[in-house]
Structures are given as structure tokens and as C-alpha cells.
Design a protein around this ligand. Structure first.
Ligand code: G3H
Length: 459
């Protein structure tokens, strides 16, 4: 069937023997935009086998050559940014300009990874034995980094290109082979299919030597089922924004808009709860509301700020949180409005801890404000969350900011800026249910390798 995109294995684009396909639904039109192959478990087995064989050969390819190939791939990505970005617009309703930015950022990530890989993997260590008690200088130990084997990468829908290459490039430069399982909302495919058919089968496959996953609750399930392999997981977040009395409120409002509403709040690092000191809350809410009023709402093709959320079930979930907050007395700063998957931006004031939205992650353009009377109250709310991805604090007092950062149980705290993963070489990690391991180019390369030592024993 010419309409169904093929999957990629053994250097070829192939049709699945299942004869079935998975529909990729355009969130704006809510109609099937693309179809991908529904691969079978036998095809997964075949892919794993090929990956295992190919990796042995690839690991012998000189490091400089691996880097050269990655640089070429980066250039190709950037050269074809327009058609790739077009897919993002249609598949996940990412605004057109942001879609192009994602592809360019991804090309840069691949190049950076090639350079960093050459540096990290190009050097090892030399140890001598007499530095440890009881030993003479009779042993020399040489260390180097070797690949793990087959890396399984499962990126999420919201950055189909960037969070795919952030796993692919470190794996490849380090000499691993890679099996990519994009989410069913994603198209850049290697092995595509229904999670129910091949999801568990892939993650529990004995041929997998490392899993790098970005997504939601599925990650928790994967980590329970996965075998004895290194895991890199970036899961959900409920990134808090603590605002102190002395903060620059114009700066805060701008960051709340960018942090809470860009890509319609569908970022794991989006600001998901504002914890504002009561004394400045009225003024902050007023400033944010003025900016919310200026957000454009509509299709991604027109570069609107707020575009349809990725699926109807996601829109229903967001609506559930909004209605719960309404029932329990939150102040609606704007009228709640929805048309299909499109949800108008909504700022909810006077949210209290008994409301679901105080704790749950909407992954949509809806942002709660909880008013606090002390900084400790804010820190307590942040730390009571089961998530701990990022957080931010706004104050002009740097000493206070550092103390608050230390007290917040999150992987990264941004001082005077909204949470963000980039630049892509910065370490990126979540505490608690927000993840396992650390990402960022250097950490990913290290995670996807193992130290190997050779000891020379002297007579
Ligand atoms: O959605 C999860 C991403 O890792 C967030 O990346 O901070 O660049 O939007 P970002």
C-alpha cells in the first residue's frame, strides 16, 4: 500500500508482513494524516538480530569516521528542515516556526555530539597499583570506553526529531547500534507499530543493552520490566515557579508565558504550577493575564501561539482537571473555551492543594497559581510532588535563590528564568518519578558506554 510509510531496517525501507497499519492523526483536522506499518514481534526479533550484527562492525569503524558521518547527518537534517518541519506541523500541531527550530537545534545537537564524542571517547586513563595500600608498582591499568551494544530509543511525541537524535547521536558516536521506536504520534520511524503489540516485547527483549526513553507513565512500567540494562528516563514533571516579593514581575510574567504556554504547555519542562507570594500575587496575575490576552489561538500552519493539543483524549484529560478546579472554587482568569483538540489558554488563580491541578500534569495550556505566605510553603509544595524534573525561582537576592535551589528536590533549578532542557549539552535529569539517569550530550555518551580495563601485570 503506497500510502503507508515503510519502516526502516537493514538499510532498507520495508513493508510489514502484518499487512496492517497504524494511523497518525493530525491534531488540528482530527483526520488521519499519515499511516505507518504495524510491525510484528517477528519483525522486532529480526531488527534486533540485525542491530546486534551491525553493531559489531560499527564499533570497529574508526572514531573519526563515525564523527564524520554524524556531521554529514547533521548537515542533511538541516538541509531538509522544511519537509521535516512540515511533518511536525501535521503530526503534532507544533507551530510552523517552532518546528523548523526543532530540526535546526537537532542538527546542532548531532554535530556537537560528534565533537564531544571524539573528545570523551578519544581518551582513557592509566592507573598504577602502588597508589592503593598493600600494593607494589606491579600492575598497570589501562581504561577505555566501549559501546554497550544495542540501544533502544523511545522518544516522545512532543519533540519527535530532537528527542530522537538526542538518543541516536550519542549511541552511534559511542559505537552502539540503535533501534528507534517512535511513539505512534511520531513518524520518523525505524520500527513502528502498536505499543500493545511490540512495546513490552521490545523493552523486555534480551537483545537490548540500554534503553533511553522519554515520555510519561509508560517509563515507570518499562523500568519495572526492563532487564539488567542501563536506563535513561525522562518522564513527567510538575515544574514549580516560586515567585518572591522582590522579583522583577515583568520578567516573571514573560517567563510564565513562555514557560507555561509555549507549544501549548506540552513540554515536560513547562511551568506547571506558579507559587506566588501573596503580597505580589495580584499584581503578577494582572501582568500575566494581560499577556495571555495577546496569545494567538489557532492552527500551527498560521504560527499561532496556542495550537490543538496532540489527541482528543489529552484534551479530555485537561478538561477534567479544569472542571475539577472549577467545582472546588478556583478563580478562572479567562473563560474556559475548547473546540475539538484546541483549548484556549487558561490561568487559574487561588488554586488550593485539594484540587487535582495542583499536583497533576495537564500537558496543555492551563496553568494554576497557588498563593503562598512563606517561601517554606512554596518549597514544601514543590517537594511534596511525586515529580522533580525542574523548577525555577524568581528573586533579586542571589543568596536566597541558591538556598531555595538547594532545598527544592528537582533535577535542575533555574534562577530567574523558566525551566528548559537546552542548551542541549547541559545535564538534564529528573528526581523522583521524573526520571532515571542524566541526559545532555556528555552524560548520554557516558551512559551509553561501559568502562573496559586491561591490566598489565609485571613480573
Ligand atoms: O518535553 C520534554 C523536553 O525534554 C523539554 O525540552 O525544555 O527544550 O522544551 P525543552
Amino acid at each position: 500500500d503506497g500510502d503507508v510509510f515503510k519502516y526502516y531496517a537493514d538499510g532498507e525501507w520495508k513493508k510489514s508482513s502484518s499487512g496492517k497499519s497504524v494511523a497518525i492523526v493530525n491534531p488540528t483536522t482530527r483526520k488521519t494524516q499519515y499511516k505507518v506499518q504495524a510491525c510484528t514481534q517477528e519483525e522486532v526479533n529480526k531488527v534486533m538480530e540485525i542491530a546486534k550484527t551491525a553493531q559489531k562492525q560499527w564499533a570497529k569503524t574508526p572514531l573519526w569516521k563515525r564523527a564524520e558521518l554524524l556531521h554529514k547527518a547533521a548537515a542533511l537534517l538541516k538541509e531538509h528542515k522544511a519537509p521535516i518541519a512540515e511533518c511536525l506541523v501535521k503530526e503534532i500541531a507544533k507551530p510552523a516556526k517552532d518546528s523548523v527550530t526543532e530540526v535546526v537545534r537537532s542538527g546542532d545537537l548531532v554535530s556537537y555530539c560528534a565533537e564531544e564524542g571524539v573528545r570523551i571517547l578519544g581518551e582513557g586513563k592509566f592507573l598504577v597499583s602502588d597508589s592503593f595500600p598493600g600494593n607494589e608498582r606491579t600492575k598497570y591499568c589501562l581504561t577505555s570506553k566501549i559501546p554497550l551494544g544495542v540501544v533502544l530509543a523511545i522518544p516522545p511525541f512532543n519533540y519527535p526529531v530532537n528527542l530522537a537524535v538526542s538518543k541516536i547521536a550519542p549511541a552511534i558516536i559511542a559505537g552502539n547500534s540503535l533501534v528507534l521506536k517512535p511513539p505512534t504520534q511520531g513518524l520518523i520511524s525505524c520500527i513502528t507499530g502498536k505499543g500493545s503489540e511490540i512495546g513490552d516485547f521490545l523493552t523486555m527483549h534480551p537483545g537490548v543493552n540500554c534503553i533511553s526513553f522519554t515520555g510519561g507513565d509508560t517509563g515507570v512500567a518499562i523500568s519495572k520490566k526492563a532487564g539488567m540494562v542501563p536506563l535513561q528516563m525522562e518522564l513527567g514533571g510538575k515544574d514549580a515557579c516560586i515567585v518572591l516579593e522582590d522579583a522583577d514581575l515583568d520578567l516573571v510574567a514573560a517567563n510564565i508565558i513562555k514557560g507555561g504556554f509555549s507549544y501549548s504547555g506540552q513540554r515536560c519542562t513547562a511551568v506547571k504550577v506558579v507559587l506566588a507570594m501573596e503580597s505580589i500575587a495580584d499584581s503578577l496575575v494582572e501582568k500575566v493575564n494581560a499577556k495571555v490576552a495577546k496569545l494567538t489561538v489557532g492552527p500551527p500552519e498560521e504560527n499561532c501561539d496556542i495550537t490543538p493539543v496532540v489527541t482528543e483524549s489529552s484534551a479530555n484529560f485537561i478538561e477534567g482537571l479544569v472542571l475539577d478546579a472549577k467545582k472546588k472554587g478556583a478563580t478562572f482568569c479567562q473563560e474556559y473555551k475548547r473546540d475539538g483538540n484546541l483549548i484556549w489558554p487558561l490561568f487559574l488563580d487561588n488554586v488550593r492543594p485539594d484540587m487535582r491541578i495542583a499536583w497533576e500534569e495537564p500537558f496543555g495550556p492551563v496553568l494554576p497559581v497557588i498563593r503562598i505566605n512563606t517561601v517554606e510553603e512554596g518549597i514544601h509544595h514543590c517537594n511534596a510532588s511525586n515529580f522533580g524534573l525542574q523548577g525555577c525561582v524568581f528573586t533579586r537576592d542571589i543568596n536566597k535563590a541558591i538556598l531555595i535551589s538547594d532545598a527544592m528536590e528537582s533535577g535542575t533549578i533555574q534562577i530567574n528564568s523558566a525551566p528548559a532542557r537546552g542548551p542541549d549539552h547541559f545535564p538534564f535529569q529528573g528526581l523522583k518519578d521524573s526520571g532515571i539517569g542524566s541526559q545532555g550530550v556528555t552524560n548520554s555518551i557516558n551512559l551509553m558506554t561501559k568502562v573496559k580495563t586491561t591490566v598489565i601485570n609485571l613480573p
